[in-house]
Design a protein around this ligand. Structure first.
Ligand code: SF4
Length: 432
């Protein structure tokens, strides 16, 4: 029996690094400290056993060898005029690097799961920058925590315990007792139930509410109506007071802000609010990134191509224009004629029209787990679990890079090897 301490969890953007893993006969038999989401991922439930292929989407899968599946994947991608390589968020940075090389070879579009979550945050950060901090700074210093359009109780279960609400730190030794917690959301979530202040706004009115807060903060409360987006002026003034009088304010925002009306302009406006609050106190803002290494893909893609996401190699050089080159843009326009979905689940998270198009075109899935994308795939290549069976680098939601360890010997090929083999085969098919 081996006991691995300080292991990392490859599930959500918290990237908890304090787990204890018990290994017996190359099998993980116990996971301590992780939440249910992380433990289930590490224990490897719903694994795909072997590579599979099927003739068409209505026929049954047949198990095949890795070689057959990789050759067929390479055929599909090299025969495509507009291939899309999508996903990447649940894989380590070493996988991203190989994926970008394949995209360049194919002249493909490469995009990641941010396209349906924090893509708008990336656009806002282009314009305004990100006045942020590490989760360690928040743990040690923050006395006011705001969750805006995010529900960590369910989506990031250990965020509040490890970093934000309950965590005790150097200058926050009282933990929860020394902190004010504010939740801004359209409905009373389980996180809101634990808050000191809950601001319930109308769906799609985030931009208006942030603008009203900025007006009050800058001494122009007279221009603010009695109610904005369903929130009373009194409650808005109280929130401004809470923010202004905090010693260190940490704002964490989720898809309630990024994917509601006004999208990236919401984040742009929230960043401006944070910048203005810094005239009164210390205030930082951090996106609640979902998959454990979605932040890593943005970093790798930016240093390899110059752009963080939605990169189109069709011109022979990287081109980026979200709205035109993001995964859902090409799927909704029915432009892409083949897709490779890796370490992400388009079948579960994309709009229905995009999934309908995926169901009509050849799809290669590379993933350790069976998920809704498997249902629209023609070729399925199972891989080792990054951070459990393969080591590598991942970036936490606050941009801190951490090294993930190999805890057991892999039972499947790693993504990097599969991508290398597909790239070699594509080159061979093209006579290179
Ligand atoms: S909070 Fe996230 S990173 Fe931490 S154990 Fe749970 S799923 Fe894993």
């Amino acid at each position: 029996m081996t006991v691995i301490t300080d292991a990392l969890c490859p599930f959500c953007g918290c990237l908890c690094d304090d787990l204890t893993i018990v290994v017996e006969d190359n099998k993980i038999t116990d996971v301590k400290q992780a939440c249910k989401l992380g433990a289930s991922k590490i224990m490897g439930h719903h694994r795909i056993k072997a590579p599979m292929m099927r003739k068409d989407k209505n026929s049954e899968f047949k198990e095949v060898s890795y070689e057959e599946a990789i050759n067929e994947a390479a055929n599909i991608l090299s025969n495509s005029k507009r291939p899309l390589l999508y996903g990447w968020a649940s894989a380590v940075c070493e996988v991203h690097k190989k994926g970008i090389l394949l995209a360049e070879e194919l002249g493909a579009i490469i995009d990641n799961t941010a396209t349906v979550c924090h893509g708008p945050s990336t656009l806002a950060v282009h314009e305004k920058g990100l006045p942020s901090a590490t989760l360690g700074q928040v743990k040690n210093r923050a006395d006011v925590i705001v969750f805006w359009g995010s529900n960590p109780v369910h989506a990031h279960p250990r965020h509040m315990g490890r970093y934000s609400v309950f965590a005790k730190g150097l200058f926050s030794e009282k933990g929860r007792k020394g902190r004010k917690v504010v939740v801004v959301d359209v409905r009373k979530t389980d996180t809101a139930n634990m808050a000191d202040q809950f601001v319930q706004l109308e769906q799609g009115s985030d931009y208006l509410v942030i603008s009203a807060l900025r007006a009050i903060l800058s001494g122009h409360a007279d221009v603010v109506p009695e109610s904005v987006g369903g929130v009373s002026k009194e409650q808005l003034s109280k929130l401004v007071d809470t923010l202004k009088t905090g010693k260190f304010v940490g704002i964490f925002f989720g898809m309630g802000l990024t994917q509601s009306k006004s999208r990236y302009k919401n984040i742009d406006n929230a960043i401006s609010l944070v910048t203005e609050l810094n005239a009164f106190t210390k205030c930082v803002i951090t996106p609640m990134r979902g998959h454990y290494n979605v932040t890593g893909f943005g970093n790798v893609c930016a240093w390899e191509t110059g752009f963080a996401t939605a990169v189109d190699f069709a011109r022979g050089a990287p081109y980026y224009n979200p709205g035109e080159t993001a995964a859902n843009d090409v799927l909704l326009r029915k432009e892409t004629d083949a897709a490779m979905i890796i370490a992400g689940d388009a079948g579960a998270h994309f709009p229905a029209d995009s999934v309908r198009h995926l169901a009509k075109i050849p799809v290669v899935q590379i993933d350790p787990y069976w998920n809704p994308t498997t249902e629209v795939a023609n070729v399925v290549i199972p891989v080792a679990i990054c951070g459990v069976e393969v080591e590598g680098t991942a970036y936490r939601m606050d941009g801190v890079s951490l090294r993930m360890r190999k805890m057991v010997e892999p039972t499947h090929l790693p993504d990097t090897e599969v991508l290398e083999k597909i790239t070699e085969r594509v080159k061979a098919l093209r006579g290179e």
